[in-house]
Design a protein around this ligand. Structure first.
Ligand code: ADP
Ligand code: MN
Ligand code: MN
Ligand code: MN
Length: 352
């Protein structure tokens, strides 16, 4: 064990605007002990190269907050999620995870919020969605959603490899499906109902970022790009969202469930604009009222209705308790921001 080293890929969010991007760098750590969080020490980086600092005062700190077995580099290596701190030991303004932690500490946690994220995305190659003809367009939408066959499903090899990697990393991967637009796919991270599984919203937001990271890495290997653009192709093609499913102790309780869901929707209806502001760049291109969306200017809720802002799944309405789906977040939204807004609004947590 003595001279053993591990590769730790430190992952963080940069300061790109309007959409933060993933960054990572690998640290080789001599390590002869059992691995826990303390093995991963704080590390610095050049914030002036990530839109997070100026050149004359550029050093920022990466503080590891959780880690996963690294399915890319293999056994004994780790992916390490980090928060960014300033030299004064304050969360950096781009540290949206710290803001979510604060909302949870200031009352959110008591309601035990869980989440499930449905992450849609589009593969690109040679400047066009994967599987699209060099000139012109594919057949109109219809046959592609959940499709099978090389004439309709494009990129499955990457999708399956990605799902295996998520499972190897121990993420709560819930499933995948081909989407309505050819070249577009979805993966879900979230509550699965397994015994002892923890689907708390902070953990699910972390895991959605790690799943995005793994997707980009697998696709890189295949020479394919991943776009989280909310409307990667203009016109009569579905956009890409990140539906966020949310529940609390009260919504999951068979006695209070439906009333708690109605109260949550009432609260959400009061803060529609504030939510939209945090739900991803260019979301107006996607939330048009067509293509299974509600217009960005309206707030609507309903059972089993995919033209709503908030959808109550049919199975939840039948049982009378469970969760609801916020259909507004775009594919490029930051899961920490979406979680922060849901926790703040639904649970009446005010952090400032
Ligand atoms: P859709 O029918 O909208 O396509 P999916 O089957 O893609 O839905 O995803 C369902 C999502 O709901 C998953 O991410 C799952 O983790 C999440 N989910 C299920 N139950 C709960 C719950 N009680 N609380 C929060 N999220 C949940
Ligand atoms: Mn889905
Ligand atoms: Mn979908
Ligand atoms: Mn959905």
């Amino acid at each position: 064990m003595d001279n053993k080293v591990i590769k730790a890929d430190y992952i963080w969010l940069d300061g790109a605007s309007p959409t933060q991007q993933l960054r990572s760098k690998v640290k080789v750590i001599p390590c002869g002990q059992a691995v826990d969080l303390s093995v991963f020490e704080e590390w610095g980086f050049d914030g002036s190269s990530t839109y997070q600092a100026t050149g004359h005062d550029s050093d920022l700190n990466l503080r590891p907050v959780c880690f996963y077995p690294d399915p890319v580099r293999g056994d004994g290596n780790y992916l390490v999620m980090c928060e960014v701190f300033t030299p004064d030991n304050e969360p950096h303004p781009t540290n949206s995870r710290a803001q979510l932690r604060r909302a949870l500490e200031m009352g959110g946690e008591a309601q035990d919020p869980w989440a499930g994220y449905e992450q849609e995305y589009t593969f690109f190659k040679d400047g066009r969605p994967l599987g699209w003809p060099e000139n012109g367009y594919p057949a109109p939408q219809g046959p592609f959603y959940c499709s099978i066959g090389s004439q309709v499903a494009f990129g499955r090899e990457i999708v399956e490899e990605h799902l295996d990697m998520c499972l190897k990393a121990g993420l709560l991967a819930y499933g995948t499906n081909a989407e309505v637009m050819p070249g577009q796919w979805e993966f879900q991270i979230g509550y699965r109902g397994g015994k002892g599984e923890n689907a708390s919203i902070l953990k699910m937001a972390d895991e959605t970022w790690i799943a995005r990271y793994l997707l980009c890495l697998v696709a890189e290997k295949h020479g394919v790009q991943v776009s989280f653009d909310v409307k990667p192709v203009k016109g009569d093609w579905n956009g890409a969202g990140m539906h966020t499913n949310f529940s609390t102790k009260a919504t999951r309780d068979s006695k209070s469930g439906m009333k708690a869901i109605e109260d949550a929707i009432q609260n959400l209806s009061q803060r529609h604009k504030e939510h939209i502001a945090k739900y991803g760049a260019n979301n107006h291109e996607r939330l048009t009222g067509h293509h299974e969306t509600c217009s960005i200017n309206e707030f609507r809720s309903g059972v089993a209705n995919r033209g709503c802002s908030i959808r109550i799944p049919r199975s939840v309405a039948t049982k009378g308790y469970g969760y609801f789906e916020d259909r507004r977040p775009g594919a490029n939204a930051n899961p920490y921001d979406v979680a922060f807004m849901l926790v703040s609004t639904v649970l009446n947590v005010r952090t400032s």
